[in-house]
Design a protein around this ligand. Structure first.
Ligand SMILES: [Zn+2]
Length: 168
C-alpha cells in the first residue's frame, strides 16, 4: 500500500536500529576522523538516510521533514541510494570544508553499507534500478543488529580510550 501524505509508517516497518548506525559511526570516527566538526559530520551522516522514516532516531527529531520524505519516497526509497549520497555531498561540498563534507559522506556511505546487510535491502542504484539490494544477514532490531551495535560501540570506545591514553 502506498503511503499517503503525512501518514505514519506501520509499527513493524522499522529502520535498522539508530543506535547500531550511531555505534558504527562512532567506530568509523575512532578509526578515521578526529576533529569535532569531522566527528559531528560523520555521526550525523551515519544517521541521515533514515530521515526518510518518521519513527527513526533522526526522523523523530525532525518530524516535518521526515514525514514529507516518507510520504514522497517511503522508507528505504530514493533517500537510501548512491544518487542521494551524491546529491547530499555535492550540495554540501561548497558550504562545508572538504574534510567535513568527506566525513559526512563517509557516515552516509556507512549507513547505506549497513542497510545492505539487512533482509529488506535498499534501492542502491535508484533511479536506474528500483531493485532492492541486500544480503539478508541482519534482521532489523534482531540479535545481530543489536550485537553489531554493541561490538561497534565497544571497539570504537576502546580505540578512542587507547588514543587518549597515548596522547595524555
Ligand atoms: Zn537506513
Amino acid at each position: 500500500m502506498r503511503a499517503g501524505l503525512w501518514s505514519m509508517p506501520r509499527r513493524n516497518s522499522r529502520p535498522m536500529l539508530g543506535r547500531t548506525h550511531l555505534a558504527c559511526g562512532v567506530l568509523l570516527c575512532s578509526l578515521r576522523f578526529h576533529g569535532p566538526a569531522e566527528v559531528g559530520a560523520c555521526l550525523f551522516g551515519s544517521l541521515l538516510p533514515d530521515l526518510d522514516h518518521p519513527r527513526s532516531f533522526i526522523g523523530g527529531r525532525l518530524r516535518p521533514v521526515s514525514g514529507f520524505l516518507y510520504a514522497i519516497a517511503g522508507h528505504r526509497g530514493a533517500f537510501h541510494s548512491l544518487c542521494a549520497l551524491l546529491i547530499v555531498v555535492c550540495g554540501l561540498w561548497r558550504l562545508l570544508p572538504n574534510d567535513v563534507s568527506l566525513a559526512l559522506a563517509a557516515g552516509f556511505g556507512l549507513h547505506l553499507a549497513l542497510d545492505l546487510l539487512t533482509q529488506k535491502g535498499i534501492p542502491l542504484l535508484w533511479p536506474f534500478s528500483r531493485a532492492r539490494l541486500g544480503i539478508g544477514l541482519i534482521r532489523t532490531g534482531g540479535v545481530a543488529d543489536r550485537l553489531l551495535g554493541l561490538l561497534a560501540f565497544s571497539y570504537g570506545f576502546f580505540v578512542i580510550g587507547r588514543h587518549w591514553v597515548s596522547v595524555g
